[in-house]
Write a protein that binds this ligand. Structure first.
Ligand code: IVH
Length: 678
């Protein structure tokens, strides 16, 4: 493609991708699926790679995240970023309402319009656009000075990098960065698998993800933006002469910003009260968290007349919901068994309504939590819907303990198969010791066939449970032997010829499996989807991964001691080895990703260590480069090290490399070796 064509195609692709972002994030009406979207993105990446000089910061390909920062720069907001006064109950809201009506209209029977919106529970962000292009993003800080987070904001797909037509010359947009509840649950699930601390609620997760010095981490976190305000330098006349708060939100939506679809222009205090009541009850149905409603005087001229106090507008108030905390009575503790055999206690209590949902059970995570809370059956307990999502027992009211409160004892037996339960040395969890426990097998099969693993449709939970009961499945590898039971399967009640044929076909198809899915499927503790992807990129072929010592495993990104030890324990366990053997014997075949240029790479198969400082790349980038070229990056020098790349201020690793006779090169030579230098 010549440069003129490339320029044209880049413009087409960018506007097409932006249109789909708008349809998806703002209008909530996607027109294409993920696959087609990715294809457009990939084409754009390819053309931009061919003509790097045509790359601009507002290209959608730039959302993957820039280089890590040393620290955040301070940023003085062009105008103060205001906060909101709270009304904690109906009386306090009435006070606000009456004051506004009195100040503006002298009281009496006036019933001015108010714009009612959701109060998003995330963190406030300011975005500045010049000539329609995002030029900077910042957090609120103390209202006058915040932190510059432009690179991170660029990774958030619902923040437009370029505005739709008709935008003002200069525009400051205010809104909230937040994480959807489902994305929060997913993130915590991954963190738990990787033994990382969970976030307490979606707001903390959003804050922690936005304030990352490495924008690539922010990019991986699925953050969202919702706008709730804007201003120009000259005032509203440059915003289509808008005089209504409600109309301003619609205007922002048309420029390309997601705004809440659930907002009303209320004409009476009754409408406002009804809006508050509705969302206090229905908040759990929303994709995102809200902790109240925001009520704003709709007439913008009247807003200006009322003005601001030190920190907040006088024309708006945040009418908060009752916090989602209740006390109730603990009636029982139930135990369930997970895929790894871990026995998890669940608290069963008298039902309470928390943010609109009826709740009567909450996980206690592990037995240590029972000890930490010092909780007994019959206790009055405090239950919170942590971040509106997952109910949690947060405390016990000891003064109210009845004299006959029942001790909660650790499980001696597996609640499902009845075999001995044991606390693993050095761990808090109690485990079922029976590798063939039906609950464990059922959970393993469920994981094994799930979408991010073997992805076998038609082997749902109920059917799997039946097969286990009938003895067709003793472990997950038996799935590939089901074809030997074809005629027996066809005899089964409610399981006709056609469904058996379809199932066997799906199993056959699934037996050729992408490498990372395979690693995820086999069920190594602490190895979830994300870690499986990293491991698959880092260690090839599977046989090498199976034999890698802990130290080498830890050279992979995001793999720490716990994960490395768990991988080793898995492969050193004869049970896992025989399961793997059976999988391959039963026809499973791993499909490996193609490595870029790995075949003729000068470092293919080599272990490469980096020490000191280099101009050309960061530590993380170094690892990526090595992996891409078919080598294995490692943190420490040993007899197995092939090359040490020694930058400035190289220390003890250099001495060690000399001792072992390892080849030592400078960062510059290293890049030259891989033909990466300019
Ligand atoms: S308006 C000048 N509207 O709540 C007006 N704020 O507790 C300033 N918030 O700092 C804010 N949803 O981060 C406004 N619909 C909404 C909001 C909202 C959430 C946040 C915002 C603000 C904080 C105050």
């Amino acid at each position: 493609m010549n440069k003129t064509d490339a320029e044209k195609r880049i413009a087409e692709l960018r506007s097409e991708i932006e249109r789909h972002n708008y349809l998806y994030y703002v209008m909530d009406a996607p027109a294409i699926n993920d696959f087609e979207y990715d294809r457009l993105m990939r084409e754009l990446q390819d053309v931009e790679k061919e003509y790097p000089e045509l790359m601009t910061p507002d290209s959608p390909t730039q959302r993957v995240g820039d280089k890590p920062l040393e620290k955040f720069e301070n940023y003085t907001h062009p105008y103060r970023m205001y906060s909101l006064n709270n009304a904690l109950n109906g009386e306090e809201f009435d006070d606000f309402y009456r004051r506004v009506v009195k100040e503006i209209y002298g009281g009496g029977l006036f019933s001015p319009a108010f714009s009612c919106e959701h109060k998003f529970d995330g963190l406030a962000v300011e975005l500045i656009y010049e000539r329609g292009v995002l030029i900077c993003a910042s957090t609120r800080g103390n209202g006058e000075v915040g932190e510059l987070i432009t690179a991170n904001a660029r990774t958030i797909k619902s923040i437009p990098l370029r505005l739709n037509q008709g935008c003002p010359e200069w525009l400051a947009v205010y809104g909230e960065v937040l994480m959807y509840k489902a994305d929060f649950v997913e993130l915590n699930r991954n963190r738990l698998e990787q033994d990382e601390p969970e976030f307490a609620n979606p707001r903390n997760a959003a804050a922690g993800s936005l304030r990352q010095l490495d924008p690539k981490i922010t990019a991986s976190r699925k953050l969202r933006f919702h706008a709730y305000g804007a201003r120009t330098k000259e005032g509203e006349k440059t915003m289509n002469s808008i005089t209504s708060q409600f109309a301003k939100m619609t205007y922002l939506r048309d420029l390309g910003f997601p705004v809440s679809p659930h907002r009303i222009k209320a004409q009476s205090i009754g409408d406002i009260t009804e809006f508050h009541r509705k969302w206090e009850n229905d908040r759990s149905k929303l994709k995102y968290e809200i902790d109240g409603i925001v009520v704003k005087l709709d007439d913008i001229n009247a807003q200006d007349e009322l003005g601001y106090d030190a920190k907040s507008p006088k024309w708006a108030v945040a009418w908060k919901f009752k916090p989602a905390v209740e006390t109730t009575i603990l009636r029982d503790v139930e135990y369930s068994v997970g895929r790894m055999g871990t026995i998890t206690p669940t608290a069963i209590f008298d039902p309470v309504i928390l943010s609109g949902a009826r709740i009567s059970r909450a996980t206690l995570h592990n037995f240590n939590e029972v000890i930490r809370l010092d909780v007994k059956i019959g206790d009055s307990i405090i239950v919170e819907r942590s971040g509106d999502v997952i109910p949690k027992v947060v405390g016990v009211i000891k003064e109210k303990r009845p004299t006959d409160a029942g001790e909660i004892v650790p499980p001696e037996k597996c609640p499902v198969c009845g075999q001995r339960a044991e606390q693993v040395v050095g761990e808090v969890a109690y485990m079922c010791t029976n590798p063939e426990c039906p609950a464990v097998v059922r959970e393993r099969v469920k994981h094994f066939v799930s979408r991010q693993a073997f992805d076998i449709e038609g082997l749902g939970e109920e059917i799997a449970a039946r097969f286990i009961e009938l003895g067709f499945l003793r472990d997950a590898s038996d799935i590939f032997l089901l074809k030997n039971h074809e005629s027996e399967l066809k005899e089964l009640e409610r399981f006709g010829e056609k469904s058996v044929n379809n199932l066997l076909k799906a199993i056959e198809k699934a037996s050729k499996i992408e490498y990372w899915r395979f690693i995820n499927a086999i069920g190594i503790r602490y190895v979830g989807e994300q870690t499986a992807r990293i491991l698959a990129d880092t260690f090839q072929p599977f046989a090498a991964f199976m034999e890698a010592p802990e130290e080498i495993l830890m050279s992979a990104r995001e793999v720490g001691e716990t994960v490395a030890r768990s991988i080793r324990a898995f492969f050193d366990n004869p049970g896992s080895r025989s399961m793997l053997k059976r999988l391959f014997a039963n026809g499973v075949e791993i499909i490996y990703p193609e490595k870029i240029g790995a075949a003729d790479s000068p470092i293919a198969g080599m272990t490469v260590v980096f020490t000191g400082k280099a101009d050309g790349f960061t530590r993380e980038e170094f690892k990526e480069i090595v992996r891409k070229h078919g080598g294995t990056p490692s943190e420490s020098v040993s007899g197995n090290t092939s090359i040490l790349v020694a930058g400035e201020n190289a220390g003890s690793k250099l001495d060690k490399a000399k001792k072992f006779g390892v080849k030592i090169v400078s960062p510059k030579d290293f890049l030259e070796l891989l033909k990466l230098s300019e």
